[in-house]
Design a protein around this ligand. Structure first.
Ligand code: GDP
Length: 295
């Protein structure tokens, strides 16, 4: 995760620390290199430009240059701005419903079904909350069976959906059942497609209108970089999402999606998937990630 960017930034700042006294030129040169490093990490160009402007405004000035540890000050400014870029102190799930309705949306192959199961396990173990898994992906063959199997593995109940039912029927029946049985949350695996299409979006909009979910989380594959950012943007514009779960982060050495999504969509990354196993889901804390990037 962020390995390449982290290595580059560390080299840049090591050089900066090598100057006892910092001039404006030193800082400008370092920030130019930071810009290149971010672009190479596949961060959205506009996001990089605005980021650098904010850093520059704070880093260039007497206060930083006259301080006893000027390079440390610059690094702190970059760390703080990276944190802000990714969403500040982190965003919690809204679990105020009875049950809380959490819809996972996204394209096929993004990791939606797996993430439903991971999230149910997470809520059970970290929050002591009971979840009802709802397989409403009637589009991808075997998605229903996949969720049923994952639920079995975890000892988490899965609504017995039939492929002959519509997603709306599945969700309404599951919600009634969840209310009756007193679950804390229902987690809905919605149908994706290979590409964004109108039919999928309409189906999701209808579900949203009818169910009024507390959370609509877009599941996107971090390895696809700026494609993931564009997908998040489109889903947010068409449907209105409450956050993003970025999957396959452990295989993404660049980190461009994670660094761009909040700035482009204004919606926070709430979790990241870091492996195929069902415990490989982590809460996304921008401040910790920024510290990790800067070593
Ligand atoms: P869906 O079509 O969106 O429901 O996708 P699936 O849940 O079936 O996931 C597609 C593939 O991605 C599966 O092989 C998952 O095991 C894998 N996957 C999901 N999340 C992660 C992750 O965080 N890391 C890795 N490496 N693989 C993941």
């Amino acid at each position: 995760m962020f390995d390449n960017l982290s290595e580059k930034l560390n080299t840049i700042f090591k050089k900066l620390k090598g100057h006892g006294h910092l001039t404006e030129e030193h800082i400008n040169k370092a920030l130019k290199e930071v810009k290149l490093a971010l672009l190479e990490a596949d961060v959205n160009y506009k996001v990089v430009k605005e980021f650098l402007n904010r850093v520059k405004e704070k880093a260039i000035g007497q206060e930083v240059m006259r301080s006893l540890t000027p390079a440390q000050q610059v690094i702190k400014i970059v760390r703080d701005e990276l944190t802000t870029l990714m969403g500040g102190s982190g965003a919690e799930l809204n679990l105020k419903g009875m049950p809380s309705i959490i819809m996972l949306v996204g394209l096929q192959g993004s990791g939606k079904t797996t993430t439903c199961a991971k999230l149910a396990k997470f809520l059970k173990e970290k929050g002591g909350k009971s979840s009802y898994l709802v397989p409403a992906d009637t589009y991808r063959p075997a998605a229903i069976e996949q969720l049923q199997k994952l639920g079995q593995q975890l000892g988490i109940e899965v609504f017995p959906a039939q492929n002959s039912q519509t997603p709306m029927e599945i969700c309404i029946n599951a919600l009634t059942e969840a209310r009756r049985r007193g679950y804390d949350a229902i987690i809905i695996d919605t149908a994706g497609r290979l590409h964004i299409d109108e039919k999928m979006m309409d189906e999701l909009k209808q579900l949203k209108e009818r169910l009024m979910p507390q959370e609509i989380l877009l599941v996107a594959d971090a390895m696809t970089g700026q494609d993931a950012v564009n997908i998040a943007k489109t889903f947010n514009q068409a449907l209105g999402i409450t956050g993003v779960i970025l999957t396959k982060m452990e295989g993404d050495a660049r980190g461009g999606a994670a660094l761009s999504i909040k700035a482009v969509t204004q919606k926070p990354i709430k979790f990241v998937g870091v492996g195929e196993k069902l415990n490989a889901l982590e809460v996304f804390y921008p401040d910790r990630v920024a510290s990790r990037i800067l070593g």
